[in-house]
Write a protein that binds this ligand. Structure first.
Ligand code: MN
Length: 242
């Protein structure tokens, strides 16, 4: 097989049911389709994986996708929980934190989406706005009423950043389904995208040789009708193949 047709394995973190039985692991299919359309093969990484199982699987992976979901336990960044927190799942926090460390240690490319940007930031020592409605007092709606596959606010991207290069634009229209956001930055991360209210919507590792890219919006819901969204997944899979 010629090298360009090699299909990289992309670890995809999953959600876990909270407070309902039987316990399940699950992931929105849009992530799985987007990875495959970009030429990768998704490998689910459920929170139920033991550290040993994650370690064994990690040796086979070529890239990692951190997906959206519920809130991160604020104990991870030394704060008491805000009353609006939902679907807090310590086992998922732990699995994804281990996946971040594994990916950085193995120099695997990482694309982090929504909750993904948050867990990446917290895993590297950063903090979060626990509730955008009250914390920075923004008037911009980040929990959109529009359908998931429709954009609702603008994002300005730092010219010359890896994110701008991947998107092919310094400004994009994005969907917005989050009530939390990056506050203090984790170690090694730089902010590269902002909503009009200055909430951070994109970060990347401050190292031009590493593909570690994170966005606060949901490109997996936009790939069928926005080239910039497709380009995020293509860039992850291409970096994983390289
Ligand atoms: Mn937003």
């Amino acid at each position: 097989m010629p090298p360009m047709t090699r299909i990289p394995l992309i670890g995809v973190s999953t959600s876990i049911t909270v407070g309902t039985a039987p316990e399940r692991a699950y992931v929105n299919s849009t992530y799985l389709h987007a990875i495959q359309q970009a030429g990768g093969a998704p490998v689910p990484l459920p929170p139920q994986l033991s550290p040993l199982a994650l370690d064994v699987i990690a040796r086979e992976l070529h890239g990692v996708l951190l997906t959206g979901g519920g809130d991160i336990d604020p104990a991870r960044f030394g704060e008491a929980p805000h009353s609006t927190l939902y679907d807090v799942a310590p086992s998922r926090d732990a699995l994804e934190t281990a996946a971040v460390r594994m990916a950085l240690d193995r120099r695997l490319p990482v694309l982090a989406i929504c909750r993904g940007i948050q867990i990446l930031n917290v895993a590297l020592g950063g903090t979060l706005h626990q509730d955008l409605g009250t914390d920075p007092g923004t008037e911009l709606r980040h929990s959109q009423e529009a359908p998931r596959d429709q954009p609702s606010h603008k994002v300005t991207v730092l010219p010359g950043s890896r994110l701008a290069t991947v998107l092919g634009a310094d400004e994009v229209e994005v969907n917005s389904m989050h009530h939390q956001a990056v506050k203090a930055l984790g170690q090694g991360l730089i902010p590269v995208a902002w909503a009009p209210d200055q909430i951070i919507e994109g970060v990347e590792l401050d190292d031009p040789e590493r593909f570690v890219l994170a966005v606060q919006w949901h490109p997996e819901e936009l790939v069928s009708h926005f080239d910039a969204a497709r380009r995020l997944f293509s860039a992850l899979v291409d970096a994983a193949r390289a």
